[in-house]
Design a protein around this ligand. Sequence first.
Ligand code: DLZ
Length: 143
Amino acid sequence: MRFAIVVSEWNTEVTEALYNGARETLLKFGASATDVVRRNVPGSFELTLGAQLMAERHEFDAIICIGVVIQGETKHFDFICDAVSKGITDLNMKYNLPVIFGVLTPNTMQQALDRAGGVHGNKGDEAAITAIKMAALKKELEA
Ligand code: DLZ
């Protein structure tokens, strides 16, 4: 299977850890390195268009969107989170394609780090597993 990972450049310490977790999990479960394609976008708000541009290529079995919006530090919090969650939901339906919401929305940077390879694991891994499961479900039901 082929996967795209779209990564937000805000809070890169966290988004890089999430990306690495997602990529390693895809490779661990059998994807080859050339079948995992990464593109960056400036911030989480741009994840929707980044994912749409990847979906338009019709090359991928799933797309993973990775971002971090920290509530306590971001006055735009509600605008960004509402827009990206709605945008990603719409892409799932528009392209009949798994587009995974790998966006952390914690209150603090520490909570983000705890979920990016810290005490609460790595949510990038979970996003990758979700992508694999949904891509497999789609293949099974379309066979
Ligand atoms: C502007 C902004 C702010 C304040 N905070 C964040 C954030 O915590 N996480 C994130 O991914 N992006 C943030 N951005 C940038 C927006 O997502 C977007 O890139 C800009 O508003 C330009 O459209």
